[in-house]
Write a protein that binds this ligand. Structure first.
Ligand code: DC
Length: 225
């Protein structure tokens, strides 16, 4: 059966990660969380105490680091130079700095090369901000996931609370809005809907409904190939 590429883009906390993961599982595809790759680089920059404002220094420090996304029995795990950093990259410090690091052209060039390599065989669900516009503009299926700010904040609040961190609602609203603004206004590959992407508003959908929608669209495309 023909294997396609599915690109899922959208703003922070729109539900991309869980949806992409479950869609990939249903289709037996590879799941590539590109946000996790930028987060891994950001962690490296923080740990090496590099000034995130200095593009050249940032790029030199990440050139040699090895990021690996691995599918395991405990879900996708992220490794940086052989160390499991799956949980660490979700910290608020990484989240606060990731937009700056991912705005650099030199950083994006390295990441996009890696992401394209993973697409060679087809059968991949990639999620991020620039997948449908820059990484794989020829992806057979492009989804642009959105949700109301209230719903996105509620989901992020629950995710953090499940890990034992309680953050004020207003504070989270501001953080999410600020990150979206940075990701959308940067010059290099900003967060943008590809012209041929399908908008999926997840505000009132369950995860299962989101996954079913994408799998149904994918099946239509695969059947017509
Ligand atoms: O999806 P996420 O929240 O884990 O992504 C973290 C950050 O990484 C996001 O704020 C912007 C950046 N990013 C990007 O610039 N391009 C991508 N394809 C994916 C993420």
């Amino acid at each position: 059966m023909k294997k396609i590429i599915i690109a899922i883009d959208g703003p922070a906390a729109a539900g991309k990660s869980t949806t992409a993961k479950l869609t990939a599982e249903k289709l037996n595809y590879l799941h590539v969380d590109t946000g996790a790759m930028y987060r891994a680089l950001t962690l490296k920059v923080i740990e090496e105490q590099i000034d995130p404002e200095k593009e050249e220094l940032v790029c030199s420090v990440i050139k040699d680091c090895k990021i690996k996304l691995e599918k395991t029995d405990f879900g996708n795990q992220v490794f940086l130079d052989g160390r499991n950093i799956t949980e660490t990259i979700r910290s608020r410090e990484v989240t606060r700095n990731v937009s700056a690091i991912s705005s650099y052209a030199s950083v994006r060039k390295l990441m996009v090369e890696e992401q394209r390599k993973l697409c060679k065989q087809g059968g991949v669900v990639l999620e991020g901000r620039d997948i449908g516009t820059v990484v794989v503009p020829k992806a057979e299926l492009k989804i642009f996931m959105v949700a109301s700010i209230e719903e996105r904040v509620r989901r992020r609040q629950k995710e953090l609370a499940d890990k034992g961190t309680n953050i004020d609602y207003e504070k989270l609203v501001n953080e999410i809005i600020e990150r979206d603004a940075k990701d959308s206004k940067r010059t290099e590959s900003p967060l943008r809907k590809a012209e041929d992407a399908i908008i999926l508003d997840t505000s009132n959908l369950t995860i299962n409904q989101q996954v079913e929608f994408i799998v149904a669209k994918a099946s239509e495309i695969i059947d017509h190939k």
